[in-house]
Design a protein around this ligand. Structure first.
Ligand code: NDP
Length: 315
């Protein structure tokens, strides 16, 4: 049996798309994932408190927010499968979706909302302090009391790292930008802003080799990439900004991606390069990457899909 709409991804974008689509009687089938992309529910599942999602004056736990969205979606008739999508075939109509459970599904339209995974440094001491001083999102966590008027490290030399450093400079006493080379990858305008900011100091040619502390992060051990010299730096926070990886491997290059590897969408819409396939959230957005913008583009994807299905199939 053909599905009308399959949604792949269960972060704010996929779940918002499913809320809109189920309320439009499209009875969507949503793959929430199992292991691919980290965890069902997306990146908010590994965030402690979400304080910038509108409607929650005192903030809301990331897991609670996702549980609410999921329950809201089921309430309107979304069917959820807890499996990874391993591959899709976008060259046939209807589209074909193969899941990790071994089953094959067919659908007239698809919404891709598989998000992006923040790259990690992958060292044992990093796990210990994640959400205890280590974060991958300054906009989400920078204003927390634990970072106020304290020295903070930002790791990376791209646009994200520099934006995080600028944002954190509003809260921290001093921001150390730790970069492994002697020149930045970020855009020139961001470099100018950061290099002249009185609170931000770039530590060139340095990598973090260990995160230090008891229960909360208290510092980092650094190694100079030129001399090998080891030093320690006292910081209350370490914001990792070493890039994101959009979760697109299951697509096997059947869609046009942009130069950063994110799914290309026609400007101002969620339409991808393949008619009938729509994308929402971080898998196509490298610029904003917020829960609320992911939810917004998830809504757009559902509305675009709904309109397309109505025009094409009279559904
Ligand atoms: P980037 O890939 O551009 O930068 C990642 C940075 O992290 C690089 O400086 C890299 O160093 C460093 N890095 C990578 N791995 C490690 C590691 N293991 N240890 C230490 N450092 C590491 O990612 P971004 O997220 O910054 O940006 C992604 C894309 O999004 C870019 O095209 C960027 O321009 C764009 N962007 C645009 C924004 C905007 O327009 N407002 C905002 C944010 C991003 P090295 O330089 O040595 O490779």
């Amino acid at each position: 049996m053909n599905e009308k709409l399959i949604i792949i991804g269960s972060g704010p974008s996929g779940l918002t798309a499913s809320i809109y689509a189920s309320r439009a009687n499209l009875t969507p089938l949503l793959f929430e994932g199992f292991a691919a992309g980290g965890i069902p529910g997306g990146q908010l599942m590994i965030t402690s408190m979400v304080e910038n999602y509108p409607g929650f004056r005192d903030g809301i736990g990331g897991q609670k927010l996702m549980a609410e969205m999921r329950a809201q979606s089921i309430r309107f008739g979304t069917r959820i499968i807890t499996e990874d999508v391993e591959s899709v075939n976008l060259s046939t109509r209807p589209f074909v979706v193969n899941s990790s459970g071994g089953a094959t599904y067919q659908s007239l339209a698809l919404i891709l909302a598989t998000g992006a995974t923040a790259r990690r440094m992958d060292m044992p001491s990093e796990k210990k302090f994640f959400n205890r001083g280590i974060s991958a999102c300054a906009v989400c966590d920078g204003a927390l009391p634990m970072f106020r008027n304290k020295p903070i490290a930002v790791i990376g030399g791209g646009d994200t790292a520099l934006e995080e450093a600028m944002h954190l400079a509003k809260f921290g006493s001093k921001i150390y930008l730790i970069h492994r080379r002697n020149s930045l990858r970020a855009s020139k305008i961001m470099q100018e802003r950061v290099l002249k900011h009185e609170k931000i100091q770039v530590l060139w040619n340095k990598i973090v080799v260990e995160f230090l502390g008891e229960t909360l992060l208290a510092g980092v051990r650094l190694q100079d990439t030129q001399t090998g010299e080891i030093t320690t730096l006292e910081v209350a926070g370490a914001f990792e900004a070493i890039g994101h990886q959009p979760n697109t491997s299951f697509l096997s290059n059947q869609l046009t991606l942009n130069e950063a590897g994110y799914i290309y969408t026609h400007p101002g819409t969620t339409m991808t390069s393949v008619e009938g396939v729509f994308a929402g959230g971080d898998v196509h957005d490298f610029r904003y990457r917020q829960a609320v913008t992911a939810a917004g583009t998830g809504c757009m994807a559902a509305l675009d899909a709904q309109k397309w299905l109505a025009e094409k199939f009279g559904i």
